[in-house]
Design a binder for this molecule. Structure first.
Ligand SMILES: CCCCCCCCCCCCCCCC(=O)SCCNC(=O)CCNC(=O)[C@H](O)C(C)(C)COP(=O)(O)OP(=O)(O)OC[C@H]1O[C@@H](n2cnc3c(N)ncnc32)[C@H](O)[C@@H]1OP(=O)(O)O
Length: 146
């Protein structure tokens, strides 16, 4: 629902990995309004969760959000391309401490921190739905990483 191109209701986030960091952009519009002209905080929180979750890819650790805090520092205006950045601050066993920012130019609109828990890919098999084929092998190098 955030960056999945197969979902026509996605929030239009695009991301890529650079040196273990996830960088990206998002352009919110009236569909994502809270107050007129401003992005809904829940949309920003969803973007933050997904952004921090994308760090699981360079970490090569499948995982889920256990807890997340989003700090809203400045109003997020609709119709502006905002920059996204996320990284892993610390790995402590299965606990993955992520951090990220949503910025409008030099202004940090929101910052986030989350605890993700490393799980086996079989975690998602309990839904009964088939996993995306490209998830096969996700986490294969996790045991060899600190
Ligand atoms: C090449 C491949 C490409 C693949 C490409 C894939 C795309 C990749 C992008 C994904 C981007 C999407 C990002 C969205 C991410 C979601 O939206 S995930 C969905 C929302 N989250 C969930 O559904 C999680 C639901 N919760 C759970 O399933 C379970 O509670 C958990 C989190 C797995 C933990 O359960 P558990 O495995 O039984 O572990 P448990 O022993 O309870 O906890 C382990 C440790 O963590 C601590 N802990 C657990 N929960 C908490 C908490 N809430 N607060 C503090 N500590 C906690 C425990 O205290 C424990 O600590 P220790 O005692 O070891 O010190």
């Amino acid at each position: 629902m955030v960056c999945g191109t197969a979902n026509s209701a996605n929030l239009g986030v695009t991301v890529h990995v650079e040196d273990d960091r996830v960088l990206g952009t998002v352009l919110l519009d009236t569909r994502h309004a809270g107050a007129p002209g401003f992005a809904h905080g829940g949309a920003l929180a969803a973007i933050m969760d997904d952004l921090l979750g994308q760090v699981l890819i360079p970490l090569d650790r499948p995982g889920v959000t256990a807890t997340m805090t989003v700090d809203f520092h400045a109003p997020a205006l609709l119709g502006r391309t905002m920059d996204l950045e996320a990284w892993c601050e610390r790995v402590d066993g299965r606990k993955l401490h992520m951090r990220g920012e949503i910025r409008d130019g030099e202004t940090v609109v929101a910052s986030g921190s989350a605890l993700f828990i490393h799980v086996d890919v079989s975690h998602w098999e309990t839904s009964g739905h088939a996993l995306p084929p490209h998830w096969a092998g996700w986490g294969a190098t996790a045991d060899s990483k600190p």
